[in-house]
Ligand binder design. Structure first.
Ligand SMILES: [Zn+2]
Length: 148
């Protein structure tokens, strides 16, 4: 059976480029601060009075700032496969943007495989599917040192 067409689980948070997905954020033209999810109404930097935010693609790579294991099924609207399997969550700092982004870690990679400061890259993973589509979200995957 052919794969179902892919669709984003949440519209507008990331690009659907299978090889090089990017998170979509915004940057303040006044002070340069980045926001994810995209802030579109005003700059949240308290010392900045700009309301001029431009859409930007964020860096695909960052380093692990912190991580944890989710051992219990989160409440709705979180969607998980049955039976529920524990997974790792990483907070990854994008150096260029200076922001930290939480994300589930790629399937099959547990907290034992993670350490603070390790390089990670953005990938897309299947979150769930319905009759028409497979829905994707982003996750963090350790950078393969062989190709880094
Ligand atoms: Zn600003």
């Amino acid at each position: 059976m052919p794969d179902k067409p892919h669709a984003p689980a949440v519209e507008g948070l990331f690009t659907m480029d299978a090889d090089e997905p990017h998170l979509l954020g915004t940057q303040c033209r006044g002070c340069g601060t980045y926001f994810f999810p995209a802030e579109t109404t005003f700059c949240r930097n308290p010392s900045c009075e700009q309301a001029d935010l431009q859409a930007v693609k964020l860096s695909r790579r960052g380093t692990v700032w912190s991580y944890t294991s989710a051992n219990y099924k989160p409440p709705p609207p979180f969607v998980s496969k049955e039976p529920f399997e524990p997974f790792a969550i990483a907070a990854v700092t994008l150096e260029a943007e200076g922001i930290t982004i939480l994300g589930q870690v790629a399937d099959g990679i547990g907290v034992d495989a993670l350490k603070t400061g390790m390089p990670m890259e953005l990938v897309l993973r299947e979150l769930y599917e319905d009759e028409d589509h497979t829905y994707l979200t982003w996750s963090w995957k350790p950078v393969d040192e062989g190709t880094a």
